[in-house]
Design a protein around this ligand. Structure first.
Ligand code: DC
Length: 233
């Protein structure tokens, strides 16, 4: 059976990561978290005291950096130059820094090339902001996953709570708004729904339901072409 390229884009906290991982597991596909790549590079820039505005230096750094994404028994590990940075890239500071370096075209060029290499054989679920628009504009199935800003911020806040990090919900809502604004308004590859992406609003849906829905859409896509345009809205 043909192995598809499934692109899942959407704003912070829309549930992309959980959903994409589950879809990949259900279909036996590879899962690629492109946000982790921007995060890993942001962490390296921070550690090496490279200013987030130093565009040329950051683009060069992207080319010289090795980022590996591994999944073992459902657990994802992110390696930055062979060092495990899985937890280190999930702090609020790295989140903000990642969205800042993601505006740099030279950085995007390097990471997008990596992402295309990772997905070119199909059988992949790739999630990010520009997968259906830039990385794989010909993806077999495109999903634009979203939810209300309050629900998205609450999900992020809960994740931090579960890890024992003390973060303020009001501040988290503000941070989500800030990142949304940067992701949507940036000049290069802004976050937007591809015209042929299925819009899924997960405000009132569990990640598991969304994942099962995407698997159904995959089957629909294989048999009759993609006819669904919006769900949950
Ligand atoms: O999905 P995430 O929150 O882990 O992504 C971190 C940042 O990386 C996000 O603010 C925007 C950026 N990003 C991007 O610009 N393009 C992608 N394909 C993935 C993430």
């Amino acid at each position: 059976m043909k192995k598809l390229i499934i692109a899942i884009d959407g704003p912070v906290g829309s549930g992309k990561t959980t959903v994409a991982r589950r879809v990949a597991a259900l279909l036996g596909y590879l899962y690629v978290d492109t946000g982790a790549m921007y995060r890993a590079l942001a962490l390296k820039a921070h550690r090496e005291n490279v200013a987030l505005e130093a565009e040329d230096r950051l683009a060069q750094m992207a080319g010289e950096t090795r980022i590996d994404l591994r999944i073992d028994n459902g657990t994802q590990t992110i390696l930055l130059d062979n060092e495990d940075v899985t937890s280190a890239i999930r702090t609020p500071e790295v989140s903000q820094a990642a969205s800042k370096i993601a505006v740099i075209q030279g950085v995007r060029r390097v990471l997008v090339a990596e992402q295309r290499r990772a997905g070119q054989l199909g059988g992949v679920v790739m999630e990010g902001r520009d997968i259906g628009t830039i990385v794989f504009p010909d993806a077999d199935l495109k999903i634009y996953l979203t939810a209300s800003v309050e629900v998205r911020a609450q999900r992020r806040w809960l994740e931090h709570q579960q890890k024992g990090d003390k973060v303020d919900l009001t501040r988290t809502i503000e941070e989500v708004r800030e990142r949304d604004q940067r992701d949507v308004q940036r000049e290069h590859s802004p976050l937007k729904r591809a015209p042929d992406a299925v819009l899924v609003d997960s405000t009132a849906m569990e990640a598991d339901e969304v994942a099962r829905l995407i698997v159904l859409l995959t089957k629909e896509n294989k048999t009759s072409g993609n006819t669904t345009t919006a769900i949950g809205v």
